[in-house]
Design a protein around this ligand. Structure first.
Ligand code: UD1
Ligand code: UDP
Length: 401
């Protein structure tokens, strides 16, 4: 029997990390031909993930331009995806998350009447401008989607509240947990990596990442100034900060932090090295989406450098806190973790509310059934168990005014 072709689109680092296990599961399932399409929205950061997971794009659109604009990238992605879809004629297109790649690919599939499956569907911050433009991208993708793979019960509920039919929303867990699990078996070593030269013995380690567009400028400066305050007041603390390749980020970060004692700026780290760094860390300061989902698997407290989150589950469980981007608030919350072991231990728990490592398996199973016209796509008992979900999750916690 001719296998049906399913196209999987990736453009950025987090999409590649989160879709690598899906591609693997689809290929293991054997019912479909999984074709990987790279928009190349990112270049170096995407290649890093491809080589880590041994993934080769079958179609490469090479879209990245230095300091690209949202509109420029979106229009290039829309037209080149249209040509790629015309050539491939896939039965279905898989997109992931909330990037320009995900939104533009979903729109081009819709124009070509190719059904869309959205991985990591239904996350909502409730604030269209925050994260920017990701909240809008994710909502727009939902409108164009046929099959919604919601990572949590809350994200499923968000979609049902918007009128999506329940038989089209499946709760799978987040595939980032699958990706992370594949690396946890590998022994932790920094030999031959940019972390090799960082003297970690006897130091307390904070890992920092930050790249959000809504933080460029003053907020990012505040974050950097807070890091300066923290290392100055705590001589046993070191910061490792892998700097995102977006020039709007690197410019500010290097100007304020380059050469500062006990603050180590690195290039973007290979995923395994970064995960090992998180494992070795005491706690994490970040505005990243994926890192919010990884921290609870590793039992690391997380302080979120944003005003709002679309991933509130770990916050409701007390494993993470929103600290925003004010210098004093960041310093205060970091110092609480550095000085109060009870507060620290309360935030260092598991389980991970974002998944159990089997999300990709569920997605491949459901897609196989969808292609064969079977129903239901997943029985309730085949979806993510409710055990890991927080009992009561408030919508989109915000920093106190
Ligand atoms: C993008 C996503 C964001 C995601 C982030 C993950 C959008 C609108 N933004 O943000 O949702 O959280 O990726 O990292 O989709 N660059 C390089 N090399 C790379 C990657 C980026 O040089 O490997 C530089 C280029 O100058 C590029 C710029 O960064 O033009 C911006 O890249 P872009 O993908 O547009 O936005 P990000 O800020 O990376
Ligand atoms: N990550 C990585 N190397 C780094 C920093 C992050 O591999 O130097 C991983 C991280 O573990 C997570 C993903 O990249 O899985 C998050 O990417 P990013 O923060 O760029 O995007 P977001 O998740 O915010 O969309």
């Amino acid at each position: 029997m001719q296998r049906e072709r399913v196209a999987v689109v990736v453009g950025t680092r987090p999409e590649a990390i989160k879709l690598a296990p899906v591609v693997r599961a689809l290929r293991d399932e054997g019912d479909v031909e999984a074709v990987v399409v790279s928009t190349g929205q990112h270049r170096q950061m995407l290649d890093q993930v491809f080589s880590r997971f041994g993934l080769q794009p079958d179609v490469e659109l090479s879209l990245m331009q230095p300091n690209q604009t949202l509109a420029g990238l979106t229009s290039r992605a829309l037209s080149t995806m249209d040509e790629a879809l015309a050539e491939m004629s896939p039965r279905l297109l898989i997109v992931q998350g909330d990037t320009t790649t995900a939104f533009a690919a979903a729109l081009s599939a819709f124009y070509r009447r190719v059904p869309v499956a959205h991985v990591e569907a239904g996350l909502r911050s409730g604030d269209l401008r925050n994260p920017y433009p990701e909240e809008a991208n994710r909502r727009l993708a939902s409108v164009l989607t046929e099959l919604h793979f919601a990572p949590t019960w809350l994200s499923q509920q968000n979609l049902l509240d918007e009128g999506v039919s329940p038989d089209r929303v499946l709760v799978t867990g987040n595939t980032v947990v699958d990706a992370l699990h594949t690396l946890l078996e590998v022994p932790c070593s920094f030999e031959g990596t940019p972390i090799e030269g960082v003297p970690l013995d006897g130091s307390r380690l904070m890992v920092v990442t930050s790249h959000r567009r809504e933080s460029w400028g003053e907020d990012l400066q505040n974050i950097c100034l807070a890091l300066l305050d923290i290392v100055e007041r705590h001589p046993d603390v070191r910061v490792v900060y892998p700097v995102h390749l977006n020039p709007n980020v690197g410019g500010t970060v290097r100007r304020l932090l380059e050469g500062v004692d006990r603050i180590h700026l690195t290039e973007p780290l290979d995923y395994l090295t970064f995960v090992n760094l998180l494992r070795r860390s005491d706690f994490i300061l970040t505005d990243s989406g994926g890192v919010q989902e990884e921290a609870p698997t590793l039992g690391k407290p997380l302080l979120l450098l944003r005003a709002v989150t679309e991933r509130p589950e770990a916050f409701a469980l007390g494993l993470a806190r929103i600290v925003g981007t004010h210098r004093e608030d960041i310093v205060q919350e970091a110092e609480r973790l550095l000085s109060d072991s009870r507060a620290y231990n309360r935030m260092a728990g598991t389980p991970n509310p974002y998944g159990d490592g089997r999300a990709s398996e569920r997605i491949a199973l459901a897609l196989g059934r969808w292609i064969r016209g079977e129903s239901p796509l997943l029985h309730p008992s085949e979806q993510l168990g409710p055990a890991a979900q927080p009992p009561v999750v408030g919508r989109s916690p915000q920093i106190p005014a």
